[in-house]
Design a protein around this ligand. Structure first.
Ligand code: FES
Ligand code: FES
Length: 167
């Protein structure tokens, strides 16, 4: 089958590329654009490592084809900091040591960013745990991840998650 041209904005930069219709978005981000912060854990929509924001909503980029992202605005972990300053979630993960190997971290941060943007009040710990059910971590027992998200939440509830990426 022939390739198709798509245009996506990733972290505020527009990219037009030819892609095969079967290319998954996660491979487009990693292999075509070289954005290796988005991880592949399972390839079957179970682990959440590949979570990115599409038009401000968190999506698992292994569950979408790149062609489905045509015309959207994507944010990956590379686009979350602003002018070299960590995003509040990145800062909170660092401060609370919300990671061990770090493989799940980008997906956790992006999922949390998308989740908090949908809230209009600070969620309790149980709600945060529930929201993270689609993101698996093999290392941490989740305690510090949840603590980090709870710490960053007051700054982020109801704030649109980055659409264009770093500004
Ligand atoms: S790699 Fe996408 S959910 Fe696991
Ligand atoms: S920190 Fe290792 S998988 Fe989460």
């Amino acid at each position: 089958m022939g390739s198709r041209q798509i245009t996506v904005s990733v972290n505020g930069v527009s990219h037009t590329r030819e892609v095969e219709p079967r290319t998954l978005l996660v491979y487009f981000l990693r292999d075509t654009l070289g954005l290796l912060g988005t991880k592949i854990g399972c390839d079957t929509s179970s682990c959440g490592s590949c979570t990115v924001l599409m038009d401000g909503e968190s999506v698992k980029s292994c569950t979408l084809l790149a062609v489905q992202a045509d015309g959207t605005q994507l944010t990956t972990i590379e686009g979350l900091s602003t002018n070299g300053k960590l995003h509040p979630l990145q800062e909170a993960f660092r401060a609370n040591h919300g990671l061990q190997c770090g493989y799940c971290t980008a997906g956790m941060v992006m999922a949390a960013a998308g989740y908090l943007a949908t809230k209009d009040e600070v969620p309790d710990e149980e709600s945060i745990r529930h929201a993270l059910e689609g993101n698996l971590c093999r290392c941490t027992g989740y305690q510090n991840i949840v603590k980090a998200i709870a710490e960053a939440a007051p700054q982020l509830v109801g704030v649109p998650a980055a659409v264009g990426g770093a500004s």
